[in-house]
Design a protein around this ligand. Sequence first.
Ligand code: CU
Length: 183
Amino acid sequence: MKNIIIRSMFLLTIPLLIMSCSGTDSIPTNTSPTSTPDPTSTTAPETVIENTATVEVQASGVEVSLEIGSANGDELLFDKDSLSAPALSTITLTFTNNSNTQQHNWALVQDGTKDSVATAGIGYSYSDWIPTDDTRVFANAKLLNPGESDVVTFTAPAAGTYQFVCTFPGHNMTMYGTFNITD
Ligand code: CU
């Protein structure tokens, strides 16, 4: 008889527990909508990736080499009369003086100014014959003794036609070329 009474009391408590639990369960279900906007947020970064890809193309490096007297020793000539690189690219110029007796330098200058920049450079023997604080000069390599070489890294200017020249006194008449900066 006692067992029957205990069982019936236990069975009565089960519905009460279910009712109390179902009442509290309805509150946490309201937090689920925060996960639904995720599909729209993942599409936004794709447009950002496209923008960084174009920046990487502009930042790619360009290597340019230039030699003096590689064929004829002490002739006052560069081994190339034209060079080319994309605008705003990082240019690494390897500049080698193969002459036996002559000193040479190298400067990237505004188109049509190779002679006037060289003339101005005569007053700047202390800075390798390159005029300092001259807006016509975009980049330069130091004065090299025979057999020396140098590596210069600089950012290409805007697209256009430029000249390169050796500004050592008297060399600019034959030691020059065209530097094409492309879009
Ligand atoms: Cu020279």
